[in-house]
Design a protein around this ligand. Structure first.
Ligand code: FES
Length: 220
């Protein structure tokens, strides 16, 4: 990939520029329900340690933006500022957290945030086939489809190596994928259906294909 190509690719983890239209979120406030949830998160920590709630509050804020925009949500700068103010933290401290973890989107994403693991076990088990099918369906890395449905991000190991290759789509994992099952999952989501998450070849968790070969019964 040339540097020119690379620089033209928006990434969900590149902080969106602080443009005036993003300041549309200046009036961000918790919904009543989320205000209670935020207070409950903060109350889990001793007095003076409210900064410990920064991660659940950023996640909550992202989900609220998602609910308001019918997407998976993101964290515009004014929303990061809002969380920083509530926790009495310097903006930069909260920004550091938001930019460290890829679970936080720093640019708008679609209704379905498709995260493809491309790390070695998934690559050896066929993540290139998964990527090929996504591309054939018009879903490209670092882009959101014109209909606003799908955003694709390539990520590092998601801890599902025993069920590789895998996709995380929103809060669900789809595992043991191949080209055919990838197409089936994407087509179902596009049709407004909810495909069954987990192994796409029917095995339970990461048990051997064909069932367990030992430890058939749990000890009482
Ligand atoms: S390498 Fe893909 S989940 Fe671990």
């Amino acid at each position: 990939m040339t540097s020119a190509t690379y620089s033209s690719v928006a990434h969900t983890h590149d902080l969106a520029p602080d443009r005036p239209d993003h300041r549309a979120f200046d009036g961000f406030r918790w919904t009543d329900e989320n205000a209670e949830t935020a207070t409950a998160h903060i109350a889990k920590y001793p007095a003076g340690r409210q900064a410990s709630a920064v991660m659940p509050l950023l996640d909550l804020a992202q989900r609220q933006i998602g609910a308001q925009t019918d997407t998976q949500g993101w964290l515009p700068i004014p929303v990061i500022e809002y969380v920083a103010n509530q926790l009495e933290m310097p903006y930069m401290r909260v920004y550091e957290v938001a930019t460290f973890y890829t679970m936080y989107n720093l640019a708008p994403v679609g209704k379905f945030h498709v995260q493809l693991c491309g790390t070695t076990p998934c690559m050896l088990r066929g993540s290139d086939d998964v990527m090929r099918i996504l591309n054939e369906k018009g879903i490209h890395k670092g882009k959101t489809t014109p209909d606003g449905l799908f955003t694709l991000t390539e990520v590092e190991c998601m801890g599902n190596c025993a069920n590789a290759p895998m996709l995380q789509i929103n809060d669900d994992n789809y595992e043991d994928l191949d080209a055919e099952s990838t197409a089936r999952v994407i087509d179902a989501l596009a049709a407004g259906e909810q495909p069954k998450p987990g192994s796409q070849i029917g095995r339970r968790s990461s048990e051997p294909v064909g069932g367990v070969t030992s430890l058939h019964e749990f000890a009482a």
